[in-house]
Write a protein that binds this ligand. Sequence first.
Ligand SMILES: NC(=O)c1ccc[n+]([C@@H]2O[C@H](COP(=O)([O-])OP(=O)(O)OC[C@H]3O[C@@H](n4cnc5c(N)ncnc54)[C@H](OP(=O)(O)O)[C@@H]3O)[C@@H](O)[C@H]2O)c1
Length: 365
Amino acid sequence: MLQVIVVTQLNIYKKNIMERLKNEYDQVNGKLLMKAVRLHEFGGPEVLRYEDAPRPELGPGEVLVRVHAVGLNPPDWYLRDGFKSLPPEWRPQVPFPIILGTDISGVVEAIADDVQGFAIGDEVYSMVRFFSVGESKAYAEYVSVPVSELALKPAGIDHIQAAAAPMSLLTAWQYLVDVGHNQPNPLQQNKHQPVPLEGKKVLVNGAAGGVGHLALQIAKLKGAYVIAVASGKHKQLLHELGANEVIDYTETAPEDVVRDVDVVLDTVGGPTTGRFLRTLKRGGVLFPVYPLGFSDAAEAEKAGVTVSATQVRSSGAQLTELANLLNDGKIRVVIDSTYPLSDARKAHERAAQGHIQGKIVLTVV
Ligand SMILES: NC(=O)c1ccc[n+]([C@@H]2O[C@H](COP(=O)([O-])OP(=O)(O)OC[C@H]3O[C@@H](n4cnc5c(N)ncnc54)[C@H](OP(=O)(O)O)[C@@H]3O)[C@@H](O)[C@H]2O)c1
């Protein structure tokens, strides 16, 4: 009797192993597989497919990361949609199927021979390969990361918070404190120049969103007086994050009541960003985070205001510096909502509703 039970258990065990191997290996190409969310065509959230995909192979200068969480950003839905909101000359060729996403937190699984400074088992976070398409990306169980884009995860926060940070935090930092790289700026000819914030009056528009809630905290850290603009439901959070004043734009247009500020960081941007020119003093700066559609250059010159934008670039060095601020709670990442990787579609549906408070994150394991 005992022998029968043992043999049956062994058969079940063998069957499970075979099933797992079948799942992890592509029978046709003999390659290791993983779960990922891929696009085979452009469209709404319904085109996001949770399916098997080849595991990325490790190239020179790269680290393979087992992903624990993925932070979402607007470029994810711009790409899913076929970059409809971007000018045609910005729309890259897309070699379907592709994996979406840039921001990850996870654990180092393997390291290329020429890479130093990381070890298997390290907890890491990164903004991976922004603005490239078709290579190893974030909505997946594994991602290969160029080592220059990788940093140790802040130990004091979990993978969800760490994955939520990279693009939004690097954007706020590169706009307000330090560009930190010498790559060409596709948004303007000259290099973007942050300004000192100590003792300055800073207005952050879209202050509860991914970039906005981190920009507000950075401006406070650097000694600024901060006016936060958002819809009313975020008021308490924005005060908790340090805002000196909060304007509910659904009740009061900020451009009607604010004057003489030194810096406006407009995370909403677009064609309406010019309305903030009248809130700035002469010598002030307007930083539209989404600058496409700005057409008030002549008015800005008349008002003596500098308008400047930049496109975020990954930097392991900056993420290492910022990890200290995240670690000791000087900067707090607010989580709007989380979804399993397999529900990426629901996460994109949440994003499409707008009014995001902080960040949306996918959990992977
Ligand atoms: N230049 C770059 O490299 C770069 C990098 C990252 C992001 N971006 C761009 O920056 C923009 C913001 O990104 P994000 O990740 O922060 O987006 P997000 O998380 O969606 O945040 C946008 C925020 O704006 C608020 N908002 C919407 N309409 C508003 C209005 N009329 N006035 C004031 N606030 C308003 C929303 O909430 P409430 O309406 O409830 O207040 C939301 O919290 C996107 O267009 C993105 O593409 C650019």
